[in-house]
Ligand binder design. Structure first.
Ligand code: NAG
Ligand code: NAG
Length: 396
């Protein structure tokens, strides 16, 4: 019953997001977006360097979750969190609500787009015995849309149910099992989970989709449903790293940038080169061109325990016994884990219909049939919402 109500509330709040005409982004929001982009690229590089699988991250939701947590941290712990997120330069003495307000504005901008529907869940789960400072839970709810909830970590099954029910209800039933096992010694856990489904500006024609080959590596070829569309697309090429860049627009100011390395280029070399500066450079170089695009239909579902990743980005203190967490009056509290669970569906769907190309001559074809990277970003703020890598589109 409780789950059903939460589910309805979560849906209502997302469906209420109406798209308004795009307004220019204020300088301070743009500055926050730029800092988040740098963090996003560092996080992606870190995760990619430790993985041989498909990757899917929502760096913005990681930033949101950790920034919310920073509001409940003090002293060196807080400073280090903000430093690690690249947000320290945005702080102003005597204005503790500045950063929360900027995040709120950025989130409003980003969720305004109807073309990419985001179902987000951000919450801190605290062990039963600890009391939460009310002003903290109010602040994170108001500005970050994050919840502070208790979980009975001493009873692993109960805690698991609490977390899974929460995430499931917030993501419209899409994320069924955010956690599969939990350590009973957990005191505080940050959960950030997102499900996204997009509606293309230039949808693919479902009846034209055919099974085709995708070259995972030299030895492995898989069959995938390959979507196809001929239209005017925005395209760029970065000769310095031999990378093709294609923009696939969603409706309402969000787009996917597909990064396709040349055939003789290993995607791991592109992983290492992925920086905020390059991303912005590619976006700036896109040129309209007639093209026939072939893209595999795919769905990704990934989860990460960031406890082992964040220390490499300079965030360590909050995980230590010496953590200064002012969000609870309980002393000796530390963050035990940051769970990041993300899902996305990429399919033909869209509400537009016919191709924008007339005439009989077929344009050049771009076939995305080997490992590629992608960045789904909000165009006005150039904020990466998702970053990922598809090595084998038949896997999650
Ligand atoms: C923890 O942070 C608070 C608020 O910034 C500060 O007043 C306190 O001295 C800090 N405690 C320690 C042990 O550093
Ligand atoms: C979709 O693809 C089918 C099969 O290739 C084709 O017959 C049909 O005309 C296409 N529809 C549009 C709207 O392009």
């Amino acid at each position: 019953m409780k789950t059903a109500i939460l589910f309805l509330l979560a849906r209502a709040s997302f469906l209420a997001t109406i798209s308004r005409a795009q307004q220019p982004v204020s300088d301070d929001v743009a500055e926050l977006a730029a800092k988040n982009t740098e963090f996003a690229a560092s996080l992606y590089r870190k995760v990619a360097s430790a993985s041989d699988d498909n990757i899917l991250l929502s760096p913005l939701s990681v930033s949101v979750g950790l920034a919310a947590l920073s509001a409940g941290a003090g002293g060196a712990t807080r400073e280090q969190l903000l430093q690690g997120l690249g947000l320290a330069p945005l702080e102003r003495n005597g204005q503790p609500e500045r950063l929360p307000q900027l995040f709120q504005k950025l989130q409003e901008e980003v969720t305004r787009s109807e073309g990419l529907r985001l179902y987000q869940a951000t919450a801190l789960f605290l062990r039963q015995q600890a009391e939460v400072v009310t002003s903290f839970s109010e602040l994170v709810k108001k500005f970050y849309g994050a919840d502070v909830t208790k979980a009975d970590f001493g009873n692993a099954q109960a805690a698991k149910n609490t977390i899974n029910d929460y995430v499931n209800s917030k993501t419209g039933g899409r994320v069924a099992e955010a956690v599969s096992s939990l350590d009973p010694t957990i005191q505080l856990m940050l959960v950030s989970s997102v499900f996204a489904q997009g509606t293309w500006e230039l949808p693919f024609n479902r009846s034209a989709t055919q099974e085709e080959r995708f070259y995972v590596n030299k030895y492995k070829v898989v069959q995938v449903p390959m979507m196809i569309r001929a239209d005017k697309y925005y395209l760029a090429y970065d000769p310095s790293i031999k990378l093709g860049v294609l923009k696939l627009p969603y409706q309402g100011g969000v787009a996917m940038l597909v990064l396709l390395p040349d055939k003789d280029v290993d995607y791991t070399s592109i992983d290492e080169m992925l920086t905020a500066e390059r991303f912005l450079g590619w976006v700036g170089k896109l040129k309209k061109t007639k093209l026939e695009v072939q893209l595999p239909r795919f769905s990704l579902e990934q989860s990460y325990g960031m406890r082992n990743i964040l220390p490499d980005l300079g965030i360590t203190d909050v995980f230590e016994n010496t953590a200064n967490l002012t969000l609870s009056s309980e002393s000796g509290l530390k963050l035990s884990e940051v769970l990041h669970k993300v899902m996305i569906d990429v399919s033909e769907r869209g509400t537009g219909t016919t191709s924008g190309l007339g005439g009989s001559s077929m344009p050049p074809r771009l076939t995305i049939n080997r490992p590629f990277l992608f960045i789904i970003y909000h165009e006005a703020t150039k904020s990466p919402l998702f970053m990922g890598r598809v090595i084998d589109p038949t896997k999650k």
